[in-house]
Design a protein around this ligand. Sequence first.
Ligand code: DAH
Length: 356
Amino acid sequence: MTPSPAGDDGSESPGVDPEGLVASAVDRLAMITTLTALDELQTDLLGKRSALARAHQGLVALDPGERPEAGRRLNEARRQIESHLAVARRALELDERSTRLEADRLDLTELIGPALRGRLHVVQRTRDELEDVFVGMGFRVAEGPEAETDWYNFEALNMPPAHPARGMWDTLYLEVGEPETVMLRTHTSPVQVRLMESQGPPIYAVMPGKCYRRDTPDARHIPTFHQIEGLVVDRGISFADLAGTIETFTTAYFGADIHSRLRPSYFPFTEPSAEYEITCTICKGSGCRTCSQTGWIELGGCGMVDPAVFAAVGLDAEEWTGFAFGFGIDRCAQMRHEIPDMRVFFDNDVRVLRQI
Ligand code: DAH
């Protein structure tokens, strides 16, 4: 019997058709849908016990003259099968990766749920509500820059260089131009000056915004805070108009049980000047720790526009009179929401912010 290196069934004789092997490999590959099945097929097609391997072993049985050509065809068949396998593997890997990514996808909106979805910060909401109250009273809303020059922050507000009242505000200066000529505004009052310069009276405006002071944070002070400034300039404006405006605003914003009072004070840009206080919202006036047992909480300052300020912006103080006020938005939020320590507004602890 002729020695046969082929399998027991004799189907892989040395005369096996290498091109036929490639064609059948391509057919079988087309049925494969997973990488595991592909691994099995690869062993089947190229492994030690594959038809191809056996055909290789059968080469020795061939006439020496036929061997090189038969060997070359088998090698070529192996190369083609390998390359078909590689292409199929790449496609399956991509497929499996995208299936895995799809399965791993997390719907974070469901995880977060409605309770934690974003909303406006309480200070922003307070600012919006304050603007609404003043707009309802006939005021317009204006804004000015946070980096200011000495002229707007101090000089035009009746504080010439070296005026002792400048010490009322611990100022953060910017390294721009001559030393101490440009600063982060210490209050919103400079916007009054800008408004009077840029538009003539009558003026009925509020000017909210961020202010900066070289202050140490504590329960009622933060170095970056918010104020809302008010300015009215018209003919025949009196201190009674100021007091009435302040009281109207106070009950509109804080509620009918909260009132305002004005106490004599000093500001260089108003004459006379007053401190603006409201009934303590924590104890409703009976006296507590927050209001140091006085029943009143200071919100800001106010007064009649000083003639020197009118002069600085070129308005005739004989013809025009006006009042101004400025108070802390953060302080308002603190009082309205009865927050003992203002610093919680800026700690950004969502457990706190969600409650207010
Ligand atoms: N700008 C003052 C401050 O920050 C507050 C103030 C006082 C504003 C009197 C005014 C005013 O408009 O008339 O301390």
